[in-house]
Design a protein around this ligand. Structure first.
Ligand code: ADP
Length: 553
């Protein structure tokens, strides 16, 4: 507490900060998953200041390193940094300090410096041999896994830290990691943690809504803005540059709204000007591609509209996250259409810039996930978004701040126990043969689609292959999704020989209850009540069927 006040000028610890700090001070590995802005840095900076020894912080961006260095220096904390282009004399001075047993409290490095600079490695080894290497901190730790889709080669080598510096504890910090990424980070860094320290990613003040694009979507959007946010600031995201310009023009000319476009092709000077006009409130709406967003800290953005579907739920979470930073109610609307979805898929398939099949498949899977989110009109939207980050969320806490929780009309409940049982049995058969399936492949296998992969894996020979061919593909996908939500199927990250990871499903122990239903009659009288209770919990899978109103003759 004294250090918090005296060294950092802060009064109280924020949620989980103290817990993380205690773990760090006890010399344990730590995994911190907090949303951006929640104060991850303090979890290693404060212990570094109060304890002896050197804390090495690996960070991917020079701007992040320079910012943190400046802030710490201001507080007179002994900190250094080394970047690729740091002058040699400065590098040498820092190395000398470390060699002489006078290392700074904190040393910030890029992963490249840690990996490629032999002299740096030899210095760190020396500090280690003197028992003064207190800890490694891996900031933006998701970059170590290709699951984050944005991995950096030099980050992958960080998995060597454990081997090169045995016994030195590691902190891994990130704000963007779904369940698979979390697992992958922990395994690649070989972390030995007591528990993951996670803060909720729930943005309570955001209202999530999905709309199917109808005849005049720009008109629909303009009507929404004029009615609900006539003077509020907002962002509209479009995928293509042309579309940005076109939509901004229509909002201006047809609906008299103050809107400007923003995309990568806009000249730098104009970009800054548009952003300033928007930030100062002179322009109400910015119609942008994803090029817009980094570093925006406007607190009172009241709406974020995705006028085209985003590429992944992660991107969606980040982009909608720019709304309501002031904590007041803000709206996030996503417009989608099947045609647009297929168009996007087609572009990914034909995209020559995508280097490998596996990357192409990732992008397709991500897009498919977004589409599942759009078309799932039953499950709480907030729950779906948070499930992506591996966070369980009780829809009762949504407080009707999503259009699914608000609208429960016309939902039909269908019992898909039979389908679930078939899926579990199919898995059990496959587990014996060692074949693995992804989410999409499971639905395809139950449907009986003869795709190449399926034949190769020998799935087509299984007696349960195609056992649900009477059901529509989208129904099967919903069942598989519900089984994942219910915890019957778990995700498992598997690294292949070339270091890439893929997520496969596996049957979790909770799937047994589903099978219990079938074996209930055969169960012993003692086991029966347990079987039945367990079975009842997993019995029903809900999905919504859109029903056409009967036409009048
Ligand atoms: P993150 O790395 O999680 O994005 P930072 O560590 O950069 O977040 O912290 C974000 C801001 O929160 C910083 O301005 C920091 O000074 C502030 N902050 C961190 N911890 C506290 C605290 N306990 N009390 C008040 N402000 C804090």
């Amino acid at each position: 507490m004294r250090a918090l006040r005296n060294e950092f000028g802060l009064q109280f610890f924020r949620a989980l900060q103290l817990k993380a700090i205690c773990e760090v001070m006890d010399g344990r590995d730590v995994f911190v998953l907090f949303p951006t802005g929640s104060g991850k840095s303090l979890t290693f900076q404060l212990p570094a200041v109060v304890q002896d020894g050197l804390t090495v912080v690996v960070s991917p961006l020079r701007s992040l390193i320079v910012d943190q260095h400046r802030a710490l220096r201001k507080r007179q904390i002994d900190v250094e940094y080394l970047l690729g282009d740091t002058p040699e004399s400065q590098k040498q001075a820092v190395r000398q300090r470390c060699r002489n047993g006078n290392a700074p409290k904190l040393l910030y490095l890029t992963p490249e410096m840690l990996q490629m600079s032999d002299s740096m490695v030899s210095v760190l080894k020396q500090v280690h041999s003197q028992n003064k290497l207190r800890r490694f901190v891996i900031d933006e730790a998701h970059l170590i896994t290709d699951w984050g889709r944005t991995f950096r080669d030099s980050y992958v080598h960080l998995s060597q830290i454990r081997v090169m510096y045995p016994g030195v504890p590691i902190s891994a910090l990130t704000a963007t990691a779904n369940a698979e990424v979390q697992e992958d980070i922990i395994s690649r860094l070989n972390l030995n943690i007591r528990e993951q320290l996670k803060l909720s990613f729930n943005r309570q003040n955001l209202d999530y809504e999905v709309r199917l694009k109808k005849k005049d979507p720009v008109g629909d959007m303009a009507a929404y803005i004029l009615e609900n946010h006539p003077r509020d600031t907002g962002i509209v995201y479009c995928t293509s540059r042309d579309r940005c310009e076109e939509v901004a023009k229509m909002l201006r000319e047809k609906y008299n709204l103050s809107a400007r476009h923003y995309h990568a092709q806009v000249a730098d000077g104009d970009k800054n000007r548009v952003q300033e006009l928007w930030s100062s409130g002179e322009v109400q709406i910015i119609v942008a591609t994803i090029a817009f967003g980094m570093g925006i800290d406007k607190a009172e953005v009241r709406f974020v509209i995705h006028f085209s579907i985003p590429g992944s739920l992660k991107a969606y979470y980040q982009e909608t996250g720019r709304a309501g930073r002031d904590g007041k109610l803000a709206h996030c609307i996503l417009y989608y259409s099947q045609a647009e979805y297929f168009g996007r898929m087609d572009r990914i398939i034909k995209d020559k810039d995508i280097k490998t099949d596996i990357e192409r498949q990732w992008q397709l899977d991500d897009l498919k996930h977004v589409m599942r989110y759009c078309t799932n009109e039953v499950r709480c939207r907030r729950q779906q978004v948070l499930a992506y980050f591996g966070e369980e969320f009780d829809p009762a806490h949504c407080r009707q701040l999503c259009n699914n929780c608000r609208n429960q009309d016309g939902i039909l409940s269908e019992d898909h126990t039979d389908t679930a049982q078939k899926a579990v049995r199919l898995f059990e058969n496959l587990q014996r043969s060692g074949a693995r399936l992804t989410r999409n492949q499971l639905a395809l296998a139950l449907k009986g689609s003869r795709v190449k992969d399926m034949v190769k894996k020998g799935v087509t020979n299984d007696p349960l292959y195609g056992s649900c061919s009477n059901l529509q593909q989208n129904v099967l996908e919903r069942v598989v999704e519900e089984m994942c939500h219910a915890g019957m199927l778990a995700s498992e990250v598997v690294q292949n020989g070339s270091g890439y990871s893929n997520t496969y499903l596996s049957v979790s122990h909770q799937a047994r209850p589903a099978l219990c239903l079938a074996s209930y009659a055969r169960a012993s009288p003692v086991a029966r009540p347990r079987c039945k209770r367990a079975a009842e919990r997993t019995e029903e899978t809900q999905y919504r069927i859109s029903r056409q109103k009967p036409r009048r003759p």
